[in-house]
Design a protein around this ligand. Structure first.
Ligand code: ADP
Length: 550
C-alpha cells in the first residue's frame, strides 16, 4: 500500500505541473529519448516569439551538461512547445529551465527552484545529502503542537528519499523516554560556561542527538513557559552548532525552526561558517509567526532559503516587516502528515483496524469505544470532535458556539484540549461543569493533553472541527481525513489550502486533482459553523466522501 501511495503521489505531482511542463513518457528512463513539453502561456515567457530549452542532469552536475540550448517547436496539442532530449545512462534527475533567446534574455526557472523530473533505471544513484535539524520539539517524545509533528514527519519523509538526516534536540527531563530506542551516552564537551552531555538515541527510526547542559536549563518540567525560554534555547542553538563543529560533521543543510531555533541561522552565518562548518546552507521554517517575530526576522535575513507551512499562510504573512524584505527566498510548502504514524490500519489505540474499504465498520467500533470510555450515550448520532491547544488563535468563541449548536442538533461533542493560559483553562473548566450536568450523555470536555485519546477521537468522530482565527497549516484536519472524519474548518492559512468545501469548492479542488473533502466557512462569526453543521449529506455521498478523504 505504501509503495502504491508513493507511486501515485509522484504521478500526481508530475501531472500537477502539466499545464506548464511535462514529459512523454511521464516516467523518464535512463538511456532513452524523452520529449519535453512546455507551455509558456502560464509563465513569464508568455508571448515570447521563441522558447529555448536549457537542460541538464543530476541537479546540474552531470559531466556532459548543460546540454547546448535547444529551440522548442510547436506540438500537436496546440498549447505546448516540444523538444526531444536523450537521457544518459548515468542520470538520476533531469533539470531544466527555459529562456526567450539562445543566449539568455528572460528565464523561466520556476522562481529560482528550476524544473526537476526524476529519472528511473539509471546506473548511478543520487548521492545523499546530510541534513541536520536543530529543533526544540519532536513527536512523540517532546511535542507541544504541530512543530513537533513536522520535525519528525518531514525528517522521516526525507530519510525515505535516501538522504541522511540527524536531529539535535534538548534533553528535557519531561520527555517521553519510552519512545527512545538504543539510548546511549555519546560524548561531553564544555561550552557556554557549562558542561554539555550529548546522548544518542533512535526515535521513530531517526537518529537524534540530545544535548543536556549541566546547568539544568532543560530540567524544569516543561518545554516552554519559563521566564528565560529565550536564554535557554539560545544556549541550545549555540551548543548544537558547537557540537556539529567539534564532531567534525559537515552537513549540507542545517534546518532550523521558528523563533526557538532561529539563532542557529545567524550564529552559523556570523561565526560557524568561518570555523569549518563551511559547506552548509541554512533553511529556516516558520511554523507560526505569532511568537518571536523579531528573532524570526533575523533568521529570515541570515538563512539561504526560508519556508512556511502552507502557500496561503505565506501570502498572509508576506506584508509583515519580518518577512517582507525576504520574499525572494521565501516559499510556502504545504505540510503533510506521516502516514505510518497516523494510520487507522495500524493504530494500537483504536479497537478495529480499518482502511477506506471497511471504514464504516472501523469508525463505528471506534465511536462505540470512545463513547464507552468517556461515559457518553451509545447512540448513532453525529459526533463532532475538537482536538486543540486552547488559545485565541484556535477560535475559542467559535468552539464554544459549535459545542452548543451540535447539542441543539442532537449531536454529541468531544473536546480534547489544554490551555497554557490559566484563565482560559478555568473558563473551560466552568463550561465543562455546566455541560457535564446539563448534557452528561452527549458532551465531554477533556481538558488535558492525551495522545492515545486523540487517536480515539480522530477515529471515532464523524466530524473534526477546526475554526481557527488564523492557522499556518494545521495538522488536525489532515489527521482527521486520514481517519475518515470529515473536517469543518475556517477558511484561513493552511486550512484553506487543504479543505475543499462540498458546495463551493469543486473547481478549486480540481486544480489539485482532488474532490471536495469537507466543509469550510468564512468570517469569524457563528454563521459559518452553523452552515457546516446544518448541511445534510445523504448516506451515499457521505460514504463516498469518507472513502475519498482517507
Ligand atoms: P498547533 O501546532 O498550532 O498546536 P497543529 O494543528 O499544527 O496545531 O498541530 C496540533 C498537533 O497537536 C496535532 O498532532 C494534534 O493531534 C495535537 N494535539 C493538540 N492538542 C492536543 C491534546 N490536547 N492532546 C493530544 N494531542 C493534541
Amino acid at each position: 500500500m505504501k509503495a502504491l501511495t508513493k507511486e501515485r503521489t509522484l504521478r500526481t505531482f508530475l501531472l500537477s505541473q502539466k499545464h506548464i511542463v511535462y514529459t512523454d513518457p511521464l516516467d523518464v528512463q535512463a538511456g532513452k529519448t524523452v520529449t519535453v513539453f512546455y507551455n509558456p502561456a502560464n509563465t513569464v515567457l508568455n508571448g515570447k516569439p521563441e522558447i529555448w530549452l536549457r537542460c541538464s542532469f543530476n541537479r546540474w552536475t552531470h559531466h556532459m551538461s548543460p546540454l547546448p540550448p535547444q529551440k522548442m517547436f510547436p506540438s500537436e496539442n496546440g498549447s505546448h512547445l516540444k523538444a526531444n532530449v536523450k537521457v544518459p545512462l548515468d542520470a538520476y534527475m533531469m533539470d531544466f529551465v527555459f529562456s526567450e533567446k539562445e543566449d539568455g534574455g528572460v528565464f523561466d526557472n520556476k522562481n529560482g527552484m528550476d524544473y526537476h523530473v526524476p529519472v528511473f533505471g539509471g546506473i548511478v544513484k543520487e548521492p545523499p545529502m546530510h541534513i541536520v535539524h536543530i529543533a526544540v520539539e519532536m513527536a512523540p517524545i517532546a511535542k507541544v503542537g504541530g512543530l513537533g509533528d513536522v520535525v519528525t514527519s518531514l525528517s522521516r519523509a526525507v530519510q525515505d528519499l535516501n538522504q541522511n538526516v540527524d536531529i539535535i534536540l534538548p534533553k528535557y527531563d519531561c520527555w517521553k523516554f519510552n519512545n527512545v530506542k538504543d539510548f546511549q551516552f555519546h560524548k561531553s564537551y564544555s561550552w557556554g560556561g557549562t558542561q554539555i552531555k550529548v546522548w544518542f538515541g533512535k526515535v521513530e527510526g531517526l537518529s537524534v542527538y540530545f544535548l543536556e547542559p549541566q546547568n539544568g536549563f532543560f530540567s524544569v518540567g516543561c518545554i516552554y513557559g519559563r521566564g528565560n525560554d529565550g536564554e535557554r534555547f539560545g544556549l541550545f542553538c549555540h551548543a548544537a552548532l558547537e557540537f556539529l563543529l567539534q564532531s567534525g560533521f559537515h552537513p549540507d543543510i542545517i534546518h532550523c525552526h521558528d523563533w526557538s531555533s532561529a539563532p542557529v541561522a545567524w550564529l552559523y552565518k556570523e561565526h560557524y561558517r568561518h570555523y569549518g562548518l563551511n559547506k552548509a546552507r541554512v533553511v529556516f521554517t516558520i511554523h507560526n509567526l505569532e511568537f518571536g517575530a523579531n528573532l524570526i526576522g533575523k533568521a529570515m535575513l541570515n538563512s539561504d532559503k526560508a519556508t512556511t507551512v502552507s502557500p496561503t499562510y505565506s501570502q498572509e504573512v508576506s506584508g509583515n516587516p519580518a518577512i517582507a524584505p525576504y520574499l525572494f527566498k521565501f516559499r510556502g510548502i504545504l505540510n503533510g502528515i506521516d502516514q505510518d504514524i497516523w494510520d487507522p490500519y495500524n493504530d494500537k489505540f483504536i479497537p478495529l483496524s480499518y482502511t477506506s474499504e471497511n471504514v464504516i465498520e472501523g469508525k463505528r467500533a471506534a465511536k462505540e469505544a470512545l463513547q464507552q470510555r468517556l461515559g457518553l450515550k451509545k447512540a448513532d448520532q453525529p459526533l463532532v470532535g475538537i482536538i486543540t491547544r486552547l488559545t485565541h488563535q484556535k477560535g475559542i468563541g467559535l468552539i464554544k458556539h459549535a459545542i452548543w449548536r451540535t447539542l441543539d442538533h442532537n449531536g454529541q461533542v468531544v473536546l480534547l484540549g489544554s490551555a497554557p493560559d490559566p484563565r482560559i483553562q478555568n473558563d473551560f473548566v466552568n463550561l465543562a461543569n455546566q455541560l457535564h450536568s446539563s448534557h452528561n450523555d452527549r458532551a465531554r470536555l477533556c481538558l488535558t493533553y492525551d495522545e492515545p485519546l486523540s487517536h480515539m477521537i480522530y477515529a471515532g468522530a464523524d466530524f473534526i472541527l477546526v475554526p481557527s482565527i488564523f492557522e499556518p497549516c494545521g495538522l488536525t484536519q489532515l489527521i482527521a481525513m486520514r481517519y475518515g472524519s470529515i473536517p469543518i474548518v475556517r477558511k484561513t492559512g493552511g486550512l484553506y489550502d487543504t479543505v475543499f468545501d462540498v458546495d463551493h469548492d469543486k473547481e478549486r479542488a480540481q486544480v489539485y486533482c482532488l474532490e471536495p473533502n469537507g466543509f469550510n466557512f468564512d468570517g469569524a462569526d457563528a454563521a459559518g459553523v452553523d452552515y457546516a453543521l446544518n448541511s445534510n449529506l445523504c448516506l451515499v455521498q457521505w460514504t463516498r466522501m469518507v472513502q475519498f478523504i482517507m
